[in-house]
Design a protein around this ligand. Structure first.
Ligand code: UDP
Ligand code: MG
Length: 315
């Protein structure tokens, strides 16, 4: 069995050597026939030179460098596209995904699974934080059609069949947590302890997390649009009822001082609601706009194999 390990890297210059050492310590015991595919996601530090060095010194390591920072989703896609293994593992460059877990995961894959997921336990995290994320996942699973699990990230091993399935999904907005779940197949889970990052820093800002959360909701169904219809309908009914009551009231007891407060309430309430749902509709429209462009997810600038063919660039 040939194993590929795909590692997306963005500004990880100090981590590449460590990653190489950690991987060559475990991979040869799993299989002699492995490759590690480093994907440079447009790093602005010395990541690419570090990759070149590692790949020259160790031919089992290959790299692809994207033409700019396309985001982790695109970098993973690039890696999956170029990986040649019968089994493909995806892991982070910062060793927050412990490589020692790989042998157990590959073994499980060999016993008939198509996806083996590593699940991070939230041991040692503040109870408030733990509770909040549990609540988040309970809510989001009510909203989206695919099953999303707490602590499950991109650390996983896929069979060739699962990789082919993932690559067949050509959408521009890739919310891979959902895509992994969407393809289905038999899935096994392995738990591991949360590891803190040692080198460099996390690329997740609050804004990125928030956007990711919105992606999670709108990438997989149109329930927010449905909610807009229901809520809009309800508000319309209520305001018609209110208008009817105003007409009857003024016929029965005559017109008094025009109600400034109620007018403002109506205008503000309806205005807010309309803006909110215009935003929801705009979100979907924006997605359609991006999908219709059919742009490639990433462009390759350079790789250890020299120039890549157009098929590799235009997935
Ligand atoms: N990453 C990437 N492109 C990006 C951001 C991150 O390829 O635009 C890589 C990064 O180098 C790392 C992995 O994705 O290997 C996870 O990133 P990070 O450790 O910052 O995320 P966290 O562990 O905090 O969720
Ligand atoms: Mg990390």
């Amino acid at each position: 069995m040939r194993l590929s390990v795909v590692v997306p890297c963005f500004n990880e210059e100090r981590g590449i050597e460590r990653l190489h050492a950690a991987l060559v310590a475990v991979l040869p015991d799993i299989t002699e026939d492995f490759e590690v595919l480093l994907v440079d996601d447009g790093s602005r530090d010395g990541t690419l030179p570090a990759m070149r060095r590692v790949c020259v010194s160790d031919p089992r390591f290959r790299y692809i460098a994207l033409s700019r920072n396309f985001g982790k989703e695109a970098a993973m896609l690039a890696g999956l596209t170029h990986a040649t293994g019968d089994a493909v593992a995806i892991m982070d460059a910062d060793l927050q995904h412990p490589p020692e877990l790989l042998s157990q995961m590959i073994e499980l894959l060999g016993s008939g699974y198509d996806q083996v997921i590593a699940r991070r336990t939230r041991q040692g995290e503040a109870p408030v934080r733990r509770g909040l994320s549990r609540l988040y996942y309970r809510v989001i699973n009510k909203v989206v059609d695919v099953e999303l699990e707490d602590g499950v990230g991109d650390f996983r091993v896929l069979s060739r069949r699962a990789v082919r399935a993932l690559l067949s999904l050509g959408e521009y907005n890739r919310f891979s947590k959902g895509l992994f779940s969407w393809i289905g197949f038999d899935t096994a889970t392995v738990d591991y302890e949360n590891v803190q990052r040692e080198q460099g820093e996390s690329k997740w800002t609050l804004r990125k997390l928030l956007n990711y959360g919105i992606d999670g909701v709108v990438s997989f169904n149109n329930k927010p649009l449905r909610a807009a219809i229901y809520l809009g309908g309800l508000v319309t009914l209520l305001s018609f009822a209110y208008a009817g009551w105003v007409v009857v009231d003024s016929l029965v007891s005559g017109v008094e001082v025009p109600g400034y407060a109620t007018t403002m309430l109506g205008v503000a309430g309806l205005g807010g609601l309309q803006l909110l749902f215009l935003g929801v509709i705009g979100e979907y429209l924006g997605r359609i706009y991006y999908e219709t462009k059919r742009r490639p997810h990433y462009l390759v600038k350079e790789s250890s194999n020299g120039v890549d063919g157009p098929a590799a660039v235009l997935l």
